[in-house]
Design a protein around this ligand. Structure first.
Ligand code: LMR
Length: 333
């Protein structure tokens, strides 16, 4: 009897051990707070992945640059130290896929409907395919929103940017955007922005309000102008070798989880940004300014030459396809 009990116990422990060792772990690293569109969608995906794979896959989400900063995380994915990321589209230019920098062009999309024509159409798919020779598989596009400019002095017209240092992501297009209005671009990792603003290393920055608020930038920026001048969104990517090596049924379940997470991400993005804007306003620390139609148009015109200057780099063909879909024409401003 005692022997039988021991045998049953040992078998149960063995079964648990086998089940545990059969579990696949996906490390999902990102640089923003959990309470943002990307942060929440990553958590949603983790939950769905566990549910749909019945525990065969565990997604560990590391928010707020806990594992890696911007540039390091891309390298970590390529060597397989993490399996999944959702970098902003601007982060693919430095990887050599310069067409992604089209998304950084100022005022190229009027709204998310315009944007989705691209991310959810053939251009979006062909851009993701360009990542494959770099060992990366693109799974989906997740929205954040449109960026606004902030500084310690009001920003109403192009002249207000003159001589001021603005933190940007590493993107040649964003460099030109800041230069087009006489500002000085400073490339910096996202995790370093708060301190750089606090200590005056830079005067201002650009980000969707959800990032601005959750990184507490409103505590160190006196003015925020709702310019909505450029898009910031993400591509969810995985290490291709890891992904292709998953059992087909598990990969299918994860694809399903990603589909649901993408729907969720794109559904909550605008609301999250609206809530963050309320938070900024309630804090009373930053003056929020909505530019008039004329002021916004003047900024759009001032930044329009960036399109022509960067056309060669971004790829004229990609640009023409985007312009055709969205109706944007920098020459006609
Ligand atoms: C930034 O660096 O400003 C953004 O890419 C951060 C993010 O991931 O939203």
């Amino acid at each position: 009897m005692q022997f039988k009990l021991k045998f049953v116990l040992a078998s149960a422990l063995l079964a648990i051990g086998v089940a545990a060792s059969a579990q696949t772990v996906i490390k999902f690293s990102h640089v923003v707070a959990t309470d943002t569109p990307k942060g929440k969608a990553a958590e949603f995906f983790a939950k769905k992945a566990a549910e749909l794979t019945k525990g065969k896959v565990k997604v560990e989400v590391y928010a707020n640059s806990a594992l890696y900063k911007d540039k390091e995380e891309m390298e970590a994915l390529q060597i397989g130290s993490v399996q999944m990321l959702a970098p902003s589209l601007a982060k693919f230019g430095p990887l050599g896929v310069k067409e992604f920098e089209a998304f950084d062009l100022p005022f190229i999309f009027d709204d998310t409907a315009d944007l989705h024509k691209i991310t959810q159409g053939p251009v979006g798919a062909s851009l993701l395919a360009k990542l494959e020779p770099r060992g990366i598989k693109g799974l989906a596009y997740w929205d954040n929103g449109f960026k606004s400019f902030s500084a310690n002095t009001p920003l109403k017209a192009a002249v207000d940017f003159k001589g001021k240092k603005f933190r940007i992501q590493s993107s040649k297009v964003l460099e030109e955007e800041i230069r087009s209005v006489g500002g000085i671009p400073q490339v910096m990792a996202f995790s370093e922005v708060y301190q750089a603003l606090q200590t005056g290393v830079v005067d201002g920055t650009e980000n969707p309000i959800s990032n601005f608020y959750t990184q507490k930038m409103h505590e160190v920026q006196k003015h925020l102008t709702l310019t909505n001048h450029g898009y910031l969104g993400y591509a969810v990517i995985v290490n291709k070798k890891f992904w292709d090596g998953l059992p087909a049924d598990v990969r299918g379940q994860l694809e399903d989880a990603m589909k649901q997470a993408t729907f969720y991400a794109n559904k909550i993005a605008q609301d999250e940004n609206d809530l963050s804007l309320d938070g900024v306003k309630k804090s009373g620390k930053t003056t929020v300014y909505t530019p008039t139609k004329e002021e916004r148009m003047a900024l759009k015109k001032a930044m329009a030459p960036v399109h022509t200057k960067m056309a060669e780099r971004v790829g004229k063909e990609t640009l023409q396809t985007i312009y055709k879909e969205t109706g944007f024409d920098p020459e006609k401003l």
